[in-house]
Design a protein around this ligand. Sequence first.
Ligand code: APR
Length: 357
Amino acid sequence: MPLQIIRNDITKVACDAIVNAANATLLGGGGVDGAIHKAAGKGLLLECMKLGGCKTGQAKITGGHKLPCKYVIHTVGPKWKGGQNGERELLISCYRESLRLALSHDCRSVAFPLISSGVYGYPKDQALKVAVDCITEFLIEHDMLVYLVVFDKSSFQISEKLFTDIAAFIDDKYVDMHFIFRPTQRDAWGDSTFLGTTEILPPNETDQARLSPDVFQEGATTASKKVSLPTQTPTISLEDALKREDESFSQALLRKIDEKGMTDSACYKKANVDRKLFSKIRGDVHYHPSKPTAIAFAIALELNLDETKDLLQRAGFALSHSSKFDIIIEYFITHGNYNVFEINEALFAFDQTLLGA
Ligand code: APR
């Protein structure tokens, strides 16, 4: 997964380089700067003293000293003064300059804190957006593993509107009870919403009161009628349609990449999947992806909900309203937002697994 958002103390992240949100003196301070200097030991300060400081938006590199990393890249973020003083451009420059230094020092992995989002007061949701936009722009051209390290949940904020919209969507759809399932013939249902080998018994009266009408209605509807598989566009022959029925996940994925006119690399980068894993999938017709990986490709291909369920089903998965993760995915697909990195910000905010691999 080329861009990972993780909860951790950056001084504990073992990678080639960690980035320090420093001040212009480079002589240490509080926050992540203080934590890095404390963990690295005096040797880091002695090396920094020879650097002659650093301008806002610029970056300089030192050794990792006692830290579990080879390098520390020190960058100075902008202080927030209301947003009309070039703060965004300076913050973008911090990420770009730090990534340029990591690249020139052959780093294969780098960890960033959310620069300027602490003492320097940059609004946390905007600081996150700048970080993700800069890192993902870099990853289109370069192969590197980038960690965005979140120290405490309060320092990680997606936009308030997006958060409340998703929370409302979850409330509306989430089924926090379990339907009674018993095995039945798959073709009695032909339904791709559930795993297809189950029969649903509608909940009893009390549960009906708890379920939001559409969820119950969906459950009842599903229980009472065959739900057909996603309709294929009429432009394909019966023979092709039958061939597609038996396609494996990777066969369907590769076909859809061609149909969408995408290159392999454009697809796996948009899916936040690394090149090595993609070549495994391409090379193995029976490859079995994880659910987050399968969904990441559905997002990269910008599939609608039915097409997503069809692709997932080929990997043995289904979307369900008893999973917040699935509902958040459904939110983004039904709202036409196929930015896997924005989806990951939301998944992280709701303590869910991230998309990609
Ligand atoms: N690991 C990861 N992230 C951390 C850690 C840590 N150990 N400690 C703090 N953070 C997070 C904060 O929660 C915040 O999200 O780093 C982000 C940046 O916060 P600051 O460290 O306050 O940095 P910044 O806002 O850029 O202000 C820089 O603060 O520490 C001084 O010397 C530094 O003057 C400079 C100013």
